[in-house]
Design a protein around this ligand. Sequence first.
Ligand SMILES: [Fe+2]
Length: 334
Amino acid sequence: MAGTSFLASAAQADGVVNVYTYREPGLIQPLLDAFTKKTGIKTEVLFLNQGLEDRIAAEGQNSPADVVLTVDIGRLVNVKEKGVTQPVDDEVINANIPQEFRDPEGHWFGLTTRGRVVYASKERVQQDEITYEELADPKWKGKICMRSGQHMYNIALIASMIAHHGEEKAEEWLKGVKANLARKPDGGDRDQAQAIYAGECDIGLGNTYYVGLMMTNEKEPEQKEWANAIKVLFPNANDRGTHVNISGMALAKYSPNKENALKLMEFLSGHEAQQLYAEKNNEYPVMPGVPVSEVVASFGKIKPDTLSLAEIAKYRKAASEMVDRVGLDDGPSS
Ligand SMILES: [Fe+2]
């Protein structure tokens, strides 16, 4: 992790932009390197697991933060609500990023999307279509694996169920999902694929890009076997579409290198960076017309749910309370 003093000394240097991020450094470094190569502007990265918004708020007017990079609509909305961002109205960025992926006031911008899909056992699941609603069907009893219901990816999905069906119906649904769990929610998305590979469950919930990351994982080649054990099903492909979340960026309120920050933001929204996001990270670029990676293309075409991300964000708190109320994270038997 980069130290504060390092960033502080770089804070207002010429040709620098300071990035505060929740994203894994390995995932964003190739993009930042491409930016430096193109512009000569160096990037300093502060990677944090938590409390990024609070950190910027505490630093106040002296914060070295220029650009915030994060995943999840909830976190993007949080940085705005904490008052640590400023609005951006930039012709290049606005031309690159479709309106539905931008905060109407310009405080955050989506850069990529990812589908929250069903990982299904190739061996034990015959069907090639599924809906989120169906996950509560007793036919899946003892067959579903997932990570914690409180994880932001699941919160956004559950929030979308509340937005579509109302709280009461969504809660019935979530109780049904809980009853169908094979085990206590645990691990990350990739662990659900591993559990399917190991025969512990037949279906799991996970993000699209993890399948690409598993399939191409040379460091831990066993992950290729997990990926090979599953097929990707896009839930609700025949009706409202699959729930998608975003990764995105924001300009820090007191950005000391604002000009460079805007250059970085323009770059990340542009064709070259969008292609890198697709190829290296297996994410869906927000820029129309940029092709997805080969692995992601092999899943078939995604039809994203058009419910707005701002709308989903409104129900995050209700979703989190619902997860606790039904005891989702306690597993099937309680
Ligand atoms: Fe992730």
